[in-house]
Structures are given as structure tokens and as C-alpha cells.
Design a binder for this molecule. Sequence first.
Ligand code: FE
Ligand code: ZN
Ligand code: FE
Length: 165
Amino acid sequence: MQQNVLHTCLVENIRDIYDAEKQLTKAIPKLAKAASSDELAEALQEHLKETENQVTRIEQVFKLLEVPARGKTCKGMKGLIEEGAEALSDHDEGVLRDLAIIAAAQRVEHYEISAYGTARALAEQLEQAEVVRLLQQTLKEEATADNKLTECAMSLYDTQSAVQQ
Ligand code: FE
Ligand code: ZN
Ligand code: FE
């Protein structure tokens, strides 16, 4: 396949990811503030810091690809964040709301894992080793964030079954 086709496709995907990460830097603090569980609030705060780093990493990718750092509205993330907002508007503070936050946040992480996986594959094809390395770093953080959210859910299940006994 022609290199310029792959390059254009990678740039398009990176523009989408750039916008998605920037949307998240605004959305995650609201979810963290609305969480009752300290473990969940801390996990979200921790991932907010990582997300800010990920934005910087994408700016490095733009540089390596020699294109201006410009995002293009990620409609998928917009929808996922809207659903996250519903977790707050539909539920009062408490376990149910926390579980709804986790459900929304895990959808976000999986969406990101999918987007970064595609971008990494394109960068591999283009033999852009430094871009691959940067995308891989973020991919690892997204997977860790997803696992951490699973742990938060497990803690909530435990507290709930303790209440029932
Ligand atoms: Fe991210
Ligand atoms: Zn998108
Ligand atoms: Fe993430």
C-alpha cells in the first residue's frame, strides 16, 4: 500500500484522538468530583494526570509526523461523555452512581484502546518507531486505567454484599 495513504490515515486518526483526549481532560474532573468512593475518585484523578500527559504525547506525535497539532471533533467520545454525564444526572450520590460512572469510564477506556491500537498499527506499517513507542506508552496507561476501574467495581460489590449479610 502507498505510504502516503497510510500517513494520511494515521494523521486522521491522531486528530480524532487528540480531540478525544482534550474532551476527557474536561470531563474526568466532573466524574471524579461526583464519585462517593474515595478509591474511585482517586483512580479518576490519577487518570486525569495521565490524560494530560497523553495530550502532550499526541502533540509530540504531530511533530514527528510533521503536521500541525490540530484536532477534529471526536463524535464517539462526545457521545460517551454525554452518557457519562447521565450517570450523574440520573443518580444521586452513592453506590449506584459510582457503578454508573465506572461503566461509562470503562467504555471510554475501551474506545481509546481501540483507537490507539489502530494508530499504532498504522505507525508500525510506516516504520515510525518513535511514534509507535509513544502510542504504546499511552495504550498501556489506558489498559491499566481500565483494570483499575474493574478493581473499583469489585470493591463496591464487596461493600454491597457486606451490607446484605
Ligand atoms: Fe487517554
Ligand atoms: Zn473518535
Ligand atoms: Fe483513558
